[in-house]
Design a protein. Sequence first.
Length: 190
Amino acid sequence: MAETPRLPWRILVVSTTLALLAAGAVMVILSDDGDDTVDSSSVVTLTPDEEVPTFDEATYTTFEGEEVPLTSVRGTPTVVNFFSSTCTPCITEMPAFEEVYGEMNSEEVAFLGLAVADRTDDALALVDQTGVTYPTAEDKDASVISVLGGTVLPTTVLLDADGNIVSRHAGELTADELRTLLAEDLGVAP
């Protein structure tokens, strides 16, 4: 009778250690103590690679490669939604943002979607897949989301016409929740 091969003890120890480390990381992520209300089971946590620039220094990049200063959003209240093609709640909420965008007057409120630390091709494919028509671009190094105080994906930030943060929401939003935020925090409604 053939003997069943056993895994070497080193493989068992390493795999058990890796599993425990992964479980610990999940516990840390799920125990977020931030001020924002977050359903931590549906977010991606971010950590900036470098020192965070100021609002006046921050830039995002169009899908064509042009750098745009974040200050360009000044002049109109703006909804900035941060997403990634690897973030399921981001993908789920994008059609809701498109729905509300279609209902709004662009002179009252602007929308900007920024793909955070995502591959350009993947971000463009997601924009196409979700049918988003509001302006989208890239936050390649996660500096803009950091400037605006976001630490997870998805994050939505409402800015007044002067570029000041009016509110920040971490986690997925429905169309009705977004409408409520716009009405309560920016005083605009479809």
